[in-house]
Write a protein that binds this ligand. Sequence first.
Ligand SMILES: NC(=O)c1ccc[n+]([C@@H]2O[C@H](COP(=O)([O-])OP(=O)(O)OC[C@H]3O[C@@H](n4cnc5c(N)ncnc54)[C@H](OP(=O)(O)O)[C@@H]3O)[C@@H](O)[C@H]2O)c1
Length: 264
Amino acid sequence: MSVTNESNRFNGQVALVTGGTAGIGEAASLAYAKEGAKVVLVGRDIQRGNNVVSKIQNNGGTADFIKADVSRADQVKQLIEFTVQKYGRLDVAFNNAGVTGVGGPIHQYPEDEWMRTIDINLKGVWLCMKYQIQQMLKQKPLESSDTQGVIVNMASIAGHVASASPDYCASKHGVIGLTKSAALNYAPKGIRVNAVSPASIHTPMFDRFAAETPDQVKVWRDSHPIGRIGQPSEVAEAVLWLSSSKTGFITGTSLLIDGGWTAQ
Ligand SMILES: NC(=O)c1ccc[n+]([C@@H]2O[C@H](COP(=O)([O-])OP(=O)(O)OC[C@H]3O[C@@H](n4cnc5c(N)ncnc54)[C@H](OP(=O)(O)O)[C@@H]3O)[C@@H](O)[C@H]2O)c1
């Protein structure tokens, strides 16, 4: 899960990563830290969170783990308060935490499953942005930057095209709409907001899917024109790029990272 770029684009910056305890969020946490950011990573699993913090510290980086459920307003508010009390500001946020739906037809879909996915994947992103933006509006831009803050939200190819899981598909379409709305509202205030939309990426989430439907793995892999699924570090590269000052004119977009999947 290493990122190849050895520069220090985020020196002196504070980065928050939700879902930083595994998969894509872990890769992004490691990558931000490697490029100089102080990283606050968020999830519910304390052991995995501490494990990622240790990896960062062993590489000479700075990181904290905060146990929080992104669907809970009180916990999201507290984690932003922790970040600001400890580091004084919040420069970059990657709102990545998410879950898959159980899948199935709408007319039989359980309401509690629907609510769980929407609460984490969509309401969670909104809650995180709500408290992140409150802080970003208050702070002075760093000398090295002309932005108040940068946000990258995790969507999916399922935010661009249909997928069989109605709650997941709706939540990811929602994330893209929310991203555009936030970009529009906060562009004049110096806050950029974008989304990333990966296809299949080799993470614990993908491994769970593979364990449940082993006969589908080859089909799914071959469905990507590039002939393989992606790696978490490949998403992290794109997230860091969108978070960096190199992309100062990009806001309100969703960047597909899909090996050509949606081009078919
Ligand atoms: N893997 C793919 O193929 C793929 C493709 C497109 C989009 N995505 C999206 O990418 C994101 C990350 O996926 P992944 O594949 O890296 O999944 P993963 O390996 O299952 O990791 C999910 C992360 O989200 C965290 N999380 C889940 N629910 C949470 C909650 N309520 N509050 C706080 N943290 C929570 C988990 O932490 P804890 O378990 O510690 O709570 C974990 O760190 C998701 O939004 C997913 O929809 C993934």
